[in-house]
Design a protein around this ligand. Structure first.
Ligand SMILES: Cc1ncc(COP(=O)(O)O)c(C=O)c1O
Length: 426
């Protein structure tokens, strides 16, 4: 079979004639339509989607309940701006906080995760990066107004290997040269510590620190799960210093790890949660900053905003997403299918895989390097030829984040194919 290349689908060349900017290096497949865990290309060939829009499609493509919610709202009102109210915003915020509140018992330890700062309030934005930017602004303002940090001195502790988005402030504290180099000068005020090292994190907290910002599982880094006890230790360090723990759950949140929130699955609780991706059901960009009213209260009128943030179309879809998550069925599914996934992947270590990591329906596989420096890409291309969509990260890592609607048989078929592709590398 020959792989189809079309404008915007082929290698990133930036060549004359391709009207699509070369800031991505997509696999050579051009999707025309999709349903559930499956997509079809412009030549009618079907592929099982094992990336799910980097977790934005947790409920699969065009989930009927989400599409129905979007259609219904399209026929009513789509955008008001926050200059006026709309009848979806309040219910969305209330239903999201109710969902997160109900789950405030760790699915792993069974103990209440409890926090002194209940999650009562939502600030909706659009993209994940905007949620992170909002979290940074929130932490700084809170640090000045509540913690009494001298003006202009606020610092935030972040982790090496993190991925929080692509704005200039965010890439400024990235440790990935591809993401960072050539975009300075950068926003000051960030202290980068090794991920998973609670002692180093504690050491980095100083009198001007206002927050720790972390992914509870590092997604783009290759699905890196921190050592057990790390996130509770971060919580303890934040409590001792009287600062905010801001958890970026844009990719890890809303079911992916087999829990509503990965932070909770680790037996602890953040003060501020950043959500995105799956919150918009794969239909609209929708992100949210969720925290206590006393924390979010520092962002009063005029201090932050977004024309599209909290728009009725996105909120209507967000409400339908919250409703899908309410009975815990999808998170249970991610947990049980995750066991199938990780059992299968474990058999591939030393058979084409150097290491496998992950949690729930989410995995990173470091493949045996071959002749090509981009060994991960090579594996993805081979999987594509077999009818499976997967994506590489950082050269040698292949990342799997199938939609939570995938069936066990589909997952097993994908594991068989991956096992064969990897075994051919040894
Ligand atoms: C943990 C995390 N935070 C933030 C972002 C940025 O989200 P967006 O691409 O919607 O700006 C991502 C995207 O992959 C992410 O994985």
């Amino acid at each position: 079979m020959t792989l189809t290349a079309r404008p915007g689908a082929g290698p990133a060349t930036g060549s004359t004639g391709d009207p699509v900017a070369p800031n991505y290096h997509p696999l050579p497949v051009t999707v025309a339509d999709a349903e559930g865990a499956w997509v079809r290309d412009i030549d009618g060939r079907r592929y099982l989607d094992l990336l799910a829009g980097y977790s934005a499609l947790n409920f699969g493509h065009r989930h009927p309940a989400l599409v129905a919610a979007a259609h219904a709202q399209l026929d009513r009102v789509t955008l008001t701006s926050r200059a006026f109210g709309n009848d979806q915003l309040g219910p969305f915020c209330a239903e999201l906080t109710a969902l997160l509140g109900r789950d405030a018992v760790s699915s792993t330890t069974g103990r209440p995760t409890g926090t002194e700062r209940p999650l009562t309030t939502v600030l909706p934005m659009n993209t994940g990066a905007e949620a992170v930017e909002t979290g940074i602004k929130l932490a700084r303002r809170w640090g000045y107004e509540v913690r009494g940090v001298p003006p202009g001195r606020a610092r935030i502790v972040v982790a090496a290997g993190s991925f929080h988005g692509r704005t200039t402030t965010i890439v400024g504290f990235s440790t990935d040269p591809d993401a960072r180099d050539g975009f300075g000068p950068f926003t000051p005020g960030f202290d980068v510590v090794p991920y998973g090292d609670a002692a180093a994190l504690r050491e980095a907290i100083g009198p001007d620190t206002v927050a720790v910002l972390l992914e509870p599982v590092q997604g783009e880094a290759g699905v890196v799960v921190p050592p057990a006890g790390y996130l509770p230790a971060v919580r303890a360090a934040c409590d001792e210093a009287g600062i905010l723990f801001v958890a970026d759950e844009v990719q890890s949140g809303l079911g992916r790890t087999g829990a509503l929130l990965a932070t909770r699955a680790a037996g602890t609780e953040a003060d501020v949660y950043l959500l995105g991706k799956a919150l918009g059901g794969g239909i609209v960009p929708l992100s949210a900053v969720v925290a206590d009213a006393a924390v979010l209260g520092v962002l009063g009128p005029g201090r932050h905003g977004s024309t599209f943030g909290g728009n009725p179309l996105a909120c209507a879809v967000g409400r339908a997403v919250v409703a899908l998550l309410a009975d815990g069925g999808y998170t249970d599914r991610a947990r049980t299918l995750g066991e199938v996934l990780h059992r299968g992947l474990a058999t591939m270590v030393d058979r084409g895989a150097v290491a496998v990591r992950g949690t729930g329906l989410w995995a990173g596989i470091d493949v045996v390097p071959g002749a090509r420096p981009d060994a991960g890409r090579e594996v993805c291309e081979q999987m594509l030829r077999r009818g499976f969509l997967v994506k590489d990260t950082h050269g040698v890592t292949v990342r799997l984040s199938p939609p939570l609607v995938i069936t066990s048989d589909e997952l097993l078929a994908a594991l068989d194919a991956l096992g064969e592709v990897l075994a051919a590398r040894t």
